[in-house]
Design a protein around this ligand. Sequence first.
Ligand code: IPE
Ligand code: IPE
Ligand code: MG
Length: 266
Amino acid sequence: MGTSGFSSSTRGIPEVAEVPRHIAIIMDGNGRWARKRFMPRIAGHTRGVESVRETIRACMDRGVEYLTLFAFSSENWRRPADEVSFLMQLFIKSLRKEANRLHQNGIRLRVVGDLERFEPKLIAAIREAESLTAANTRFTLTIAANYGGRWDIMNAVKRLLQRHPDRAGDFNEDDLAAELSMSYAPEPDLFIRTGGEQRISNFLLWQLAYTELYFTDTLWPDFDAAELAKAIASYQGRERRFGRTSEQLKSKPEAAAPLTDPGTHA
Ligand code: IPE
Ligand code: IPE
Ligand code: MG
């Protein structure tokens, strides 16, 4: 167990449940969905919000506890200014429209990423929705906005050094994990990327160490409960070994590796 209260996939062996406890998704393919219909790319983003709603509902129905959605990467600022500005407006509009509904459904909302670059009214909408839903425990929805995996790790290192100037760099993985922006959640069990691309695009670099990866050609606006079911079914067919052999997994539980892994250095 790390200081975050969740067991790390490298420092120990996390418990594996039938249904993934935490799903992280790169919602890709909005632009292509729209272009296929001779519509502007932004129409795909608007339609993508529907898929977000449906995916949250489907995850809750399936007993998933944490859902993390990549909404805007630190590299997405490189897009045309009008698309970036449309995405920001859509984000504000959706937050304002959905915050109460999230709250009524027992959902805690967290937004991770470097918010400093956002307009003050967007930051205010984020903080408001986060504090409204802070005490909810049924489900945790995390939106990664202006998020980058490298930014997150760099930030964590800086915080560690500031917090413990006395330790002369004597830290272990758990210390660093506790400073990451998603230290309140277990590492994702299942990663989904829609839109056909097979890459991580600077999403949760640290946390995906032992996550099961699932890629689908389905474009994000077409993603729904049935598509989620397919991803979970694929997950359920995987053998999560965390470095062990298949034989070890099939043998009696007492023969399995101990929870505190003597082979892992601090
Ligand atoms: C994902 O869809 C949404 C964001 C990155 C905000 P894209 O906009 O990347 O859609 P494609 O990949 O161009 O089809
Ligand atoms: C990744 O999608 C980021 C989000 C979905 C928010 P992109 O469409 O920006 O990814 P790349 O640039 O093609 O890898
Ligand atoms: Mg894309």
